[in-house]
Write a protein that binds this ligand. Structure first.
Ligand code: HEM
Length: 477
């Protein structure tokens, strides 16, 4: 066992009794150990993530199970059987860091693959779509689902006023209000990259891709009543479920699939493939299996390895790229920016965030630089020593883009109702009734105009959807 010292390494002789003037006090300012202890304690809380603040995570392995090298040159996929270490952080969205897990909400799924070419982060959700497709609305969404400025309480009125103001939200709202809206645990849900990304192969051909990870533990969900009972007894139900399963050697697994669209088909496909409120039906673009994820190691220290973990969609590796999806484009900025605020400009050096492969980035200085700061190596490029050379072999092929710059209104002539309608028609009667009842409970107390706006959207998706929600709201009184 190691003996206690101060942060400066001096022995701590007494960690039980404050130094006082006489046995009854007062305390002496020269008790520098007391002062060091309190000062550190006062700074132990760092800002929580603005959303997805409540989460849990674990480490594991990604294994390639099928050859997809015809689509991507990313070395993580270079051969069947290849394994890459990874981290996943799961989360809810609206709740703060102390929120209960078993809430009706989207679940976030942030993956970090420590590949031999750098870190690849896939920062998705347990749903394949999102509430909207324009990043300008993202702060509004979070203001609507988080706390009301006056009351400091969550507000169904704000929530539904926002959602029903956007017809494109119905697809995501339908999923959240469905029987899949409260997963029993993080192990019991599918995971999605949600956006369209790109693959680039060794011949520099580009493909548009979407990622899906299907749970091997089976889909399991709570009803509203079950979730209420769970929360009464355990606010950490999903976190505990994940932690205990891994401690017991019952490692959760997901099968990884990708949908692949050749680059040129984006122009002719009947659905805008860069619209985050829509899926690509599997009949059009089938799921191609390519790997398996297994989570098999709990963090040793939650704060160091999960709270300080920084995921960003901007982290891609050669062979995996972005797409014109403007939501994704905004996220490429927002995550690193949030992390520079939340963790500091040198957060890449925190061990959980650092690549596991050799890396040689030439940023300098900044708060909390702890790696030697590249010593005497020159900080400018190009330079006579040939330091910091760029790597042109990894250039992406050019992407043809055209069009006039404008604030294009994507709600004109756009069909936002067919896909939620199709989802509704896939549900059995019991699932439909759950959707109606969950919606009615969630929207109860909201002004009648907003309730009607939602019913109208549901009706456009399917008349039976609208009628069912209207009847359930009426029945609730
Ligand atoms: C967390 C921004 C849309 C999934 C965050 C964070 C920000 C952010 C700033 C906190 C990051 C941190 O402090 O480390 C945005 C913006 C969006 C957007 C601006 C749209 C314009 C989405 C979408 C998804 C998503 C569409 C899923 C498909 C997540 C997840 C986290 C997160 C999973 C938690 C990451 C973690 O576990 O550390 N988002 N987000 N976000 N976001 Fe988004």
């Amino acid at each position: 066992m190691k003996k206690l010292t101060t942060a400066a390494g001096a022995p701590v002789a007494d960690n039980q009794n404050t130094k006082t003037a006489g046995p009854r006090g007062p305390a002496l300012l020269e008790d520098v150990w007391l002062i060091e202890k309190l000062a550190h304690f006062d700074r132990e809380v760092i800002p929580e993530r603005r959303m997805h603040a409540k989460g849990a995570g674990a480490f594991g392995t990604f294994t390639v199970t099928r050859d997809i090298t015809q689509y991507t040159k990313a070395r993580i996929f270079s051969e069947v059987g290849k394994q890459t270490p990874m981290l996943i952080r799961f989360s809810t969205v609206a709740g703060e860091r102390g929120a209960a897990d078993a809430e009706r909400d989207i679940r976030g799924v942030a993956m970090k693959f420590y590949t031999e070419q750098g870190n690849w982060d896939l920062v998705g959700n347990n749903t394949p779509v999102f509430f909207f497709r324009d990043p300008l609305k993202f702060p509004d969404l979070n203001h609507a689902v988080k706390r009301d400025p006056r009351t400091g309480m969550r507000s169904a009125q704000n929530n539904w006023e926002f959602w029903t103001g956007l017809p494109e939200a119905l697809h995501q709202v339908t999923i959240v209000m469905s029987d899949r809206g409260i997963p029993v645990g993080f192990r019991n849900m599918h995971l999605f990259g949600s956006h369209t990304f790109s693959f680039i192969n060794a011949d520099n051909e580009r493909f548009w891709v979407k990622f899906t990870f299907k749970t091997k533990q089976g889909i399991k969900n709570y009803t509203d009543a079950e979730a209420g009972a769970v929360i009464a007894g355990d606010r950490e139900s999903s976190q505990r479920d994940l932690f205990e399963a891994i401690e017991n050697g019952d490692f959760p697994r997901w099968t990884a699939y990708v949908q692949i669209m050749p680059e040129s088909e984006a122009n002719t496909y009947r659905i805008n493939p860069f619209d985050l409120t829509k899926v690509w039906p599997h009949g059009d673009y089938p799921l191609i299996e390519f790997g398996e994820i297994e989570l098999n190691r709990n963090p040793e220290n939650f704060f160091a390895e999960i709270e300080q973990a920084a995921f960003t969609p901007a982290n891609v590796v050669p062979g995996i790229g972005f797409s014109p999806d403007k939501m994704l484009q905004a996220r490429l900025f927002s995550y690193g920016d949030a992390q520079r605020y939340r963790l500091g400009v040198n957060h890449h050096q925190i061990p959980v965030n650092a690549p596991k492969c050799p890396f040689h980035s030439y940023h300098r200085d900044g708060a909390m630089r702890v790696d030697g700061n590249h010593g005497r190596i020159t900080g400018n490029e190009p330079n006579a020593q040939g330091e910091w050379q760029e790597q042109p072999d990894f250039r992406e092929p050019p992407l043809a883009i055209d069009g006039a710059a404008d604030r294009w209104d994507h709600r004109v002539d756009e069909d936002y109702f067919s896909q939620p309608g199709n989802l509704f028609r896939l549900m059995n009667d019991e699932q439909k009734q759950q959707l109606f009842d969950n919606t009615a409970r969630a929207i109860s107390g909201v002004t009648p105009e907003i309730q009607q706006r939602h019913i109208d959207h549901c009706t456009q998706a399917d008349p039976a959807y609208g009628a069912g929600v209207a009847a359930a709201i009426k029945a609730l009184g």
